[in-house]
Design a protein around this ligand. Structure first.
Ligand SMILES: Nc1ncnc2c1ncn2[C@@H]1O[C@H](COP(=O)(O)OP(=O)(O)OP(=O)(O)O)[C@@H](O)[C@H]1O
Ligand SMILES: [Mg+2]
Length: 419
């Protein structure tokens, strides 16, 4: 590929990538295992389009995920950017090439920002994880391609029988679409050993979905049975005679802190309040947390202090009139905590509120094996946060208060009856 002053060197595509890249179909659906090389193919396709003067969007399910794609483009284009041939707008995350062609990163979280026109190429990355992914494609993005008869790559790891599954089969009879399904092992740049390690240590359905790219009846997420437990009622204040405990996930740097309050005096227990604190100073967070602790008169709070520094956990403990348990996560503690939460959900012993973002964060948690090691970790898929499930798992492990019921005299019973 040549630019005005030089050659743009891009990695050579591997066989599967090459096949999809060269195929004439207008809309290409790629359902592939993790690390197959989906995003690299997307980056190359977008660059080719923009070098030729075209306009392309790279759409991800969330902003942090879009930043992964953005950094990748900056790396691939670093030479052209350094010598000023390629311009970047960090604010809008647009990369402009000498002929005026450009690539813009987009997050599907902000639905209004996806209305566009005159696009030559759209990539939807991790399409299975785009909220309202079908509608985003049908109502927002494909119309934006109409004017120039633009093209699209719809790429993803599968996530159950969803819109991707529907379109994967639609490609069998709709000539505009062509669909492929490739397992991770097709990527010659991923060591075979790490795939074998994953096969041995992951639950079979997780391996089948994540590495073999199979559509499963039930997506192989760590948490399931969600629809039966998202029934908790929000309590705006403490109910007389109820007992509460809390879990606090403190933001590392830039993300959010989440406080979950659990009413553990009813069966099933219910997460009755979730407070999300976005970009708030630690002083403000401390105040907010203590106020809420007061409002529910909580008995105890578990606080994840891993990597948060700043001593927020200790500051809360100093002023607390409840039991504080500061948890420093290790992989084992995390797996134990989440396994216990998984069991609570399975037995329907804990209800959580029906909030879309909370559902998505739960669905994103999958067991993984890090390449080259046999250690199973539990993480949110690239770029997604897990602060909601984390706060809930913490609340659920906080200790129960000791409620001592004193034997009442007859008079007291009358009093209780309001006489
Ligand atoms: N053609 C290629 N040449 C060299 N390396 C490649 C090529 N394709 C993919 N890779 C490497 O393989 C790894 C996975 O690629 P990439 O991130 O594009 O895959 P992905 O399918 O998008 O993964 P994920 O499931 O994590 O989103 C990266 O390290 C990437 O650099
Ligand atoms: Mg990717």
């Amino acid at each position: 590929m040549t630019t005005k002053k030089g050659i743009l060197k891009l990695p050579a595509l591997h066989q599967g990538q090459y096949e999809a890249f060269n195929h004439p179909a207008r809309y290409k659906i790629l359902v592939c295992g993790r690390r197959w090389g989906k995003s690299l193919l997307a980056a190359v396709a977008l660059i080719e389009c923009a070098v030729g003067g075209g306009i392309g969007w790279w759409v991800y399910p969330s902003f942090p995920m879009a930043m992964v794609g953005w950094r990748r483009l900056l790396k691939l284009l670093s030479v052209g950017i350094a010598n000023g041939i390629i311009k970047i707008d960090r604010q809008e995350r647009i990369i402009t090439f000498p002929g005026g062609g450009h690539i813009q990163m987009k997050s599907a979280e902000r639905a209004n920002s996806l209305r566009g026109e005159g696009l030559d190429l759209v990539v939807i990355d991790e399409w299975a994880f785009v909220r309202y992914g079908k509608r985003v494609w049908e109502s927002d993005l494909s119309p934006a391609l109409a004017e120039k008869h633009g093209k699209a790559y719809l790429i993803t790891t599968p996530n159950g029988m969803d819109h991707v599954y529907e379109y994967y089969h639609r490609a069998e009879h709709d000539d505009q679409y062509k669909a492929w399904k490739f397992p991770t092992e097709n990527n010659p740049f991923i060591p075979k050993k790490s795939i074998e390690d994953a096969r041995k240590s992951l639950p079979p359905d997780v391996f089948s979905q994540e590495y073999m790219a199979n559509f499963l009846e039930d997506a192989a997420a760590f948490f399931y049975n969600l629809k039966n437990i998202m029934k908790a009622k929000i309590q705006h204040e403490a109910q007389p005679g109820h007992d509460y405990r809390a879990g606090l996930d403190i933001a590392r740097w830039n993300d959010e802190s989440v406080l979950a309050i659990e009413d553990y005096s009813i069966e099933p227990h219910e997460i009755c309040w979730v407070e999300v604190m976005t970009i708030m100073s630690f002083r403000m967070q401390r105040k907010k947390v203590l106020n809420l602790a007061d409002r529910y008169d909580i008995d105890s709070m578990s606080i994840d202090i891993t990597g948060s520094g700043y001593g927020l956990g200790e500051q809360i403990e100093d002023d607390a009139n409840f039991t504080c348990d500061q948890v420093h996560y290790t992989n084992k503690i995390k797996i134990d905590m989440f396994t216990s939460l998984q069991a609570q959900y399975e037995m329907e012993k804990l209800y959580i509120p029906d909030l879309e973002w909370l559902k998505v964060q739960h669905e994103m948690m999958i067991p993984q094996v890090s390449p080259g090691s046999l250690v199973v970790t539990l993480n949110a898929r690239g770029g997604f946060r897990d602060d909601g499930p984390n706060a809930i798992a913490l609340a659920n492990r906080a200790s129960q208060g000791m409620r001592i019921t004193l034997a009442m005299s007859g008079e007291d019973e009358d009093e209780q009856n309001g006489n």
